[in-house]
Design a protein around this ligand. Sequence first.
Ligand code: ADP
Length: 181
Amino acid sequence: LDNKEEFTHTTLATDVMRPRRGDQPLTVIEQEGMTVGDLEHLVRTTKYNGFPVITSHESQQLIGYLYRRDLILALENAHHNNEHVLSNSLVYFTLHAPTPSLGGANDPVPLRLFNIVDLSPITVTDHTPMEIVVEIFSKLGIKTSTVVKRSLKLLGIITKKDVLRHIAQLNKQDPDSILFN
Ligand code: ADP
């Protein structure tokens, strides 16, 4: 019996998504508990176009996706509009933020940035064939990222460049020779 065809390997989202095995985990934003300083550090030390927002590192449940440019703008505006937004102000990416306690006049105020989170990023499961992912990117004209998850758990991220790199590999082209525009 020649079953070869059945075993032909189809590339799946899980093969293309980041992180790859051995990579650092994704840079994510936790829904609660991060400070303005933490987020500013994240923007300073990474170049990613965005960050998945998750409930917590323990549960890794996906809430949405936050574009880098939206985060930078929101942090700038917050400092500009309220002098009590300080480096140690807690940031809430939740529907409701706790009411600030009546602290001293110089205490940091918490910041609520739920409204800047994209709550419906395009998501696929890790088992989705790359053929479909390619189609999603081209048909929907997605320029940014697709988040890979199983049920609600965040697994990885695929950007348009990751998809183009995958296509280049299929065509046996040097991935770096492709024009990514
Ligand atoms: P592009 O792929 O267009 O350069 P990014 O700069 O956002 O877009 O992503 C660069 C690489 O890092 C891609 O391979 C992507 O899968 C991965 N990546 C994107 N966002 C994150 C993130 N928040 N944490 C870790 N890796 C990421």
